[in-house]
Design a protein around this ligand. Structure first.
Ligand code: PEP
Ligand code: MG
Length: 757
């Protein structure tokens, strides 16, 4: 039997698609057990039904999929009990039901094994025989083992959206992808294809390499010009972090490697198009093989840039794109530049076959405030143009040509969304103050591009987190002190008069520097943040000196230290900051303290060990800032980027909330300013919980500022202690969520906490 087992597992794993995998499994189980039928049912939790997905042996009368409601039949019983049921004569069992569409009245013996993946029943495997007999314990173990194997297959298919063919009713075509930007929208699909595709280039040789190099250089120059035009067009339309992509593209074009490699390949005798294809495809492959989700997504940027250069090499220029009013942009790979080419006001949502929440398209969609679903691997877009789509960016669902009832339901939601967005914008100029007068400082988390006048536009009190590693990651080498001075100067200048918290380099973990390779078994527990920079005074001192120089005459710099675990790390970092300070003062020939502004220094609380050492470092630093993203991952021992444990990563976990509460209390005792710069501060529920704990300074990305202000303005601080008492007594993140949602709903803020928000 062990051999049968191995053979089936192998056959299922090698099946080219999901349906065939299921068909192979039922056929081979039936043969191995020498029984009369084997059937797999897949659970549709939305419709509360088990749907027959494959059978060998049952005779079916119906054309439409056979469904059994949750709660009915022996199948449901096995699912509910979460254990196999083995009946010599199932037909006499009270739970047994006859399915009218199946001719199975002759079956007596029945073995039903639930298919369970991470505690969720995904289906049931059923083996039946005409003759009454109990299946042996060996046979039972055999089916249970295969059900466990099937669990992974179904979970994978579900994640890839392949279950819709079994689940959906015939009139509703649903596709599941990654929820990449929140919101719902309904409209006509507008499919955009790239002007040129590298995959379609047939390799060709040349004996005129100089001519090909000239063609390549001129295509690059035209691409540059086109990028400038596109970024100019996008300016003032999207958030600053979104425009960074154009700088990334320029940096890639500047980078010696891309151009040099293409030219070198041309000189080896290949035509420009072929050389470009070879170099870009190799780069794409390198990116796609990386572990880090964010960096992996950059493969799409490289491909987009390559195809843009190719379109110029092929002398194809974009025909004028006429979009229908209020359309949904659909593409294989929605790219930032594609978006820049279209009239923005007409795009109400985006749908992409590739991509995830980390794609630039997702970042742009969020900053434009339109919903997006990406990574719809199963969606064939070739026939989609002109069809009606509903995009649910909360749940990652896309419905194609939905029936009227569904349309109406979503239209209502979309209208509510729009009204909500318009409403929160109206309150932009007002202070973030609760109904009973408690004031909160709202600050911005920023990345790269800082040209936009956020300070007046968004009504924020400066920058709560400037992640300096982003410009470091986009280069081919460490930026020089001079380059860093220019960069930091821009940020400090833009927020003149308001504090700017600049975090020292936080690389390592999931953010390696391409030119400083590190290979570690557990990078998140490894050489990251301050651990790396303290080992590299050369990098750290240069960065601090650059920050100090940039702050001359502006005096709004604050320095934040990431990943601090021990008091001696703070001592050492502060010592180096002072050293840099004196060096810069000396070089500038200005007297210390009088002319050179001494920045405040802060420590991030993101490693749990810090919670218990605040008193040890308080006299060395001026403020603390909580990084809830890492604090959650380290408190719960859950990798923040691992999708397998993504549902365990939850800042609403009562333990994390207790930690946040502790931090607030200790900082009050120590009389130290405290802020939060992790994602939790920008979530409606997170913000009110932090408020309840006494946090009065929240830093978040631009999209959330107006929403959180609105929420704060509709909450009474006096109601929060009771909410806090309840959530701190909760047993699970789910209980916490329920209470928080109720509190928001009671305050008339239910619209902010729709599914997944
Ligand atoms: C955090 O950990 O919460 C944080 C703000 O830093 P990052 O997400 O950059 O690690
Ligand atoms: Mg962090």
């Amino acid at each position: 039997m062990l051999r049968d087992l191995q053979r089936i597992v192998e056959a299922v794993n090698q099946a080219p698609d999901f349906e065939l995998a299921l068909r192979t499994m039922v056929r081979q189980i039936k043969a191995a057990l020498d029984t009369d039928s084997c059937t797999v049912y897949v659970a549709d939790h939305d419709q509360q039904m088990f749907v027959m997905a494959a059978t060998d042996g049952l005779e079916i009368r119906s054309e439409t999929p056979i469904k059994i409601a949750f709660g009915e039949g022996v199948i449901s019983l096995a699912a509910r009990r979460e254990e196999p049921l083995n009946f010599a004569d199932a037909s006499s069992h009270p739970a047994f039901i006859h399915i009218p569409e199946v001719i199975e009245s002759q079956y007596k013996a029945m073995l039903a094994a639930p298919v369970i993946h991470r505690r969720r029943v995904l289906g049931v495997v059923v083996v039946q025989q005409h003759q009454a007999r109990a299946f042996t314990s060996d046979e039972e173990a055999f089916v249970v083992t295969l059900a466990a194997q099937l669990a992974a297959v179904i979970a994978h298919a579900e994640a890839k959206g392949l279950l819709h063919q079994f689940k959906q009713s015939p009139w509703l075509e649903t596709f599941k992808g990654h929820p990449a930007a929140p919101g719902v929208a309904m409209g006509e699909a507008y499919v955009v294809t790239p002007l040129a595709r590298l995959s379609e280039v047939t390799p060709k040789r040349t004996d005129m390499p100089e001519h090909e190099v000239r063609r390549f250089r001129s295509a690059v120059a035209r691409t540059r010009q086109e990028l400038n035009e596109l970024s100019e067009r996008m300016k003032h339309q999207v958030a600053e972090e979104s425009l960074a992509i154009f700088e990334v593209y320029h940096a890639m074009l500047d980078s010696a490697s891309l151009g040099q490699e293409v030219e070198q390949t041309i000189n080896e005798g290949w035509r420009a198009q072929t050389a470009l294809k070879k170099v870009v495809e190799q780069l794409v492959e390198q990116f796609e093989n990386l572990d880090d989700d964010y960096i992996r997504e950059r493969a799409s940027d490289v491909r987009d840039l390559g195809q843009r250069i190719l379109s110029h090499l092929q002398d194809r220029s974009r025909r004028h794109l006429e979009t229908p009013a209020k359309c949904i942009l659909v593409a294989d790979d929605v790219t930032a530049t594609m978006l820049a080419e279209l009239p923005h006001s007409d795009i109400i949502a985006m749908v992409g076959v590739r991509g995830s929440g980390n794609s630039h398209a997702a970042i742009m969609a969020r900053s434009m405030g339109i919903p997006a679903v990406l990574g719809l691997a199963d969606l064939d877009i070739s026939e989609l143009g002109g069809q009606t789509l509903i995009v649910d960016g909360y749940n990652g669902d896309v419905f194609v040509n939905p029936p009227l009832q569904v349309e109406q339901e979503y239209q209502l939601l979309a209208d509510e969304e729009l009204a909500l967005r318009q409403k929160v914008m109206q309150g932009r100029h007002l202070p973030a103050e609760t109904t009973d007068g408690v004031r909160v400082q709202l600050q911005l988390n920023v990345g790269l591009n800082t040209e936009r006048d956020w300070l007046s536009e968004l009504n924020v009190q400066g920058v709560g987190l400037y992640r300096t590693e982003i410009p470091f990651m986009m280069q081919e080498r460490l930026p020089t002190e001079h380059e860093q001075v220019a960069l930091y100067g821009q940020v400090l200048e833009q927020f003149r008069g308001a504090p700017v918290v600049m975090r020292t380099l936080d690389v390592g973990g999931d953010k390696p520097l391409p030119y400083l390779p590190m290979s570690e078994e557990n990078p998140f527990l490894g050489w990251r943040g301050i651990r790396m920079t303290l080992d590299h005074p050369d990098i750290f001192l240069v960065q601090i000196r650059a920050m100090l120089r940039a702050s001359v005459g502006r005096n709004n710099l604050r320095i934040l230290l990431p990943m601090i675990t021990s008091a001696d790390e703070v001592d050492e970092a502060v010592r180096m900051i002072h050293q840099a300070y004196h060096e810069v003062a000396e070089e500038l020939e200005c007297s210390v303290d009088e002319q050179l502004y001494q920045p405040q220094i802060g420590v991030m609380i993101e490693v749990p060990a810090m919670i218990y050492q605040l008193h040890l470092v308080a006299d060395k630093v001026d403020f603390f800032s909580v990084g809830t993203n890492d604090l959650t991952q380290y408190m719960l021992a859950v990798d923040r980027n691992n999708s397998r444990v993504a549902d365990l990563y939850d800042t609403y976990h009562p333990a994390v909330l207790h930690a946040l509460q502790q931090i607030a209390l200790r900082c009050q005792e120590l009389n130290k300013p405290l802020s939060v710069c992790g994602e939790f501060a920008g979530e409606p529920g997170g913000a009110i919980l932090l408020l309840a704990m006494g946090y009065r300074n929240l830093s978040m990305n631009s999209y959330n500022i107006d929403r959180i202000r609105w929420i704060i303005r509709h909450i009474a601080a006096a109601d929060l202690p009771e909410l806090l008492r309840q959530v701190l007594a909760a047993r699970s993140p789910q209980q916490v969520r329920k209470r928080v949602i109720l509190a928001l709903e009671n305050a008339g803020l239910g619209g902010f906490v729709r599914a997944g928000a």
